[in-house]
Write a protein that binds this ligand. Structure first.
Ligand code: AMP
Length: 223
């Protein structure tokens, strides 16, 4: 099964995609994670991408589409994949359709995590992850039991994304509003759009997503 998760920055796409990956054995593909890995490698492409990401802008379609096309061909995507952060614009959605067509693949569902944009600034600017195991925390909403120590692995080093600063977050939210919201209509018109309520607790959102994916699986298994 192949899915796309849509929603503003901070809606919880990454968190939910990781859970869907673990539960359903479909691979989480985040273009943001891929670009951050490229930036961390210090490559020329990575440096160029980092400057754009730090300003809250969008990296060129050519780079993004090439990256995703290669990744989808890998063995771990054969059972399915979850796209997170791509497509972000109508031209990207059209390129994805062409690319999947050529590979003989389809998107089964596009799931929008509906979230209030204003609340996203507080959510994003307070988030950080354990540098050792990647567990996610939040200054206000999800503190570790012991200050400065990861609940999962005991690690004491934490990371914050460079683009999670307030000014950049506002640019990212504006980019979502201007460029990404239109693809919701694109997928609604294709009849593949589903929505879940993103302002609920993380576990409740997971339950809504599992429901959609589970129904689909039951449909396939039942012929
Ligand atoms: P994300 O982790 O999805 O919030 O992405 C972080 C940043 O990576 C974005 O603000 C963009 O600068 C860049 N990026 C990620 N995905 C895309 C995409 N599909 N198209 C263009 N830029 C992207």
């Amino acid at each position: 099964m192949n899915l796309i998760l849509l929603g503003p920055p901070g809606a919880g796409k990454g968190t939910q995609a990781k859970r869907l990956q673990d539960t359903h054995g479909i691979t989480h593909l985040s273009t943001g994670d891929m670009l951050r890995a490229e930036a961390a490698s210090g490559s020329k492409l990575g440096k160029k991408a980092k400057a754009i990401m730090d300003a809250g802008g969008l990296v060129s379609d050519e780079i993004i589409i090439g990256m995703i096309s290669n990744r989808i061909d890998a063995a771990d995507c054969k059972a399915g994949f979850i796209l997170d952060g791509f497509p972000r614009t109508t031209p990207q959605a059209e390129s994805l359709d062409e690319m999947l067509d050529a590979k003989g693949l389809i998107i089964n569902y596009v799931i929008e995590i509906v979230a209030d944009n204003d609340a996203m600034v507080t959510r994003i600017t307070g988030r950080y992850t354990c540098a050792d195991c990647g567990s996610g925390y939040h200054d206000q909403f999800q503190k570790s039991a012991k200050d400065g120590v990861c609940d999962s692995c005991g690690g004491t080093r934490f990371n914050r994304r460079d683009d999670d600063k307030e000014q950049t977050v506002r640019s990212r939210l504006a980019a979502y509003q201007e460029q990404t919201v239109s693809i919701i209509t694109y997928y609604r018109n294709k009849g593949v759009l589903k929505s879940v309520e993103g302002m609920k607790a993380i576990d409740e959102i997971t339950a809504q997503l599992n429901n959609i994916v589970g129904q689909r699986k039951a449909g396939i298994e039942g012929g």
